[in-house]
Design a binder for this molecule. Structure first.
Ligand SMILES: [Fe+2]
Length: 244
């Protein structure tokens, strides 16, 4: 619900977003939650700040976090049982944050990935420094497999930051963009915040996510509710989170 001040709108919680599609809540799978206790704390906090559902996305990085489809689903089914016993109402599903590395396309071709939503979305993390291989080609091959790539936090890649022509090139190829909410609050630094604002101004953002790795990230989130660009994004009516 929006609250109208003199010349600014702020929001009381994240219920208008409804579904968070980027977080690291499954215990012990990556650099996110290290324990079941922390996971439960995170889930309670997500529920408290207005989310009704999350699609949690452990890192899938061949050299670092080689989480398989089977391991991710096994962990989330186990967590679903526990949150029911704990009385947590938040709905929890899982996919992955698929790093675009040398094994990604093979995983997509082999059905080793977990699509989500009504359109077979996949959350894809690009390399942070410009890679030697063609990102466009791999994204195109992913689309040919009838997946819909969502680029995770496009505002955070050093080689893309501030280069609106490159972002437009990705949009022209049909990519969806997921902004990290905490980018708007400056959590990842000033250049990332500026780029986040530019992407919103250009109408390029379809999804937002918490990218929460621990409760601390979630405690920072409510600052965003008073952010001018967050209000602009909500009012753009372009956000698809609640339709997942
Ligand atoms: Fe992430």
């Amino acid at each position: 619900m929006g609250i109208f001040n003199k010349n600014r709108i702020s929001y009381s919680d994240f219920s208008q977003i409804g579904i968070d599609l980027h977080s690291h809540v499954l215990p012990g799978m990556d650099d996110g939650s290290p324990s079941l206790g922390e996971s439960l704390k995170m889930l309670r906090e997500m529920e408290r700040i207005g989310f009704r559902k999350i699609i949690t996305t452990p890192h899938v990085i061949s050299a670092l976090y080689p989480n398989t489809k089977e391991q991710i689903l096994g962990q989330v089914y186990h967590l679903q049982d526990i949150i029911r016993q704990e009385g947590i109402q938040l709905e929890v599903e899982a996919s992955g944050e698929y790093h675009m590395d040398y094994e990604f396309l093979g995983k997509a071709q082999g059905g080793e990935v977990i699509p989500f939503g009504k359109k077979k979305y996949l959350l894809i993390e690009l390399p942070f420094q410009k890679p030697a291989f063609s990102i466009e080609e791999i994204l195109y091959q992913t689309q040919l497999l009838e997946y819909e790539p969502i680029i995770a936090h496009p505002e955070r890649y050093v080689w893309l930051m501030g280069k609106m022509k490159l972002y437009k090139g990705l949009k022209d190829r049909g990519m969806f963009f997921q902004l990290n909410l905490n980018s708007l609050a400056g959590l990842y630094g000033f250049p990332v915040k500026v780029t986040a604002n530019q992407l919103i101004d250009a109408g390029m953002i379809e999804f937002v996510g918490s990218d929460a790795h621990h409760t601390g990230h979630l405690l920072e989130l409510p600052k965003v509710l008073y952010n001018k660009h967050f209000a602009k994004l909500i009012q753009s009516n372009k956000l698809l989170n609640s339709m997942l």
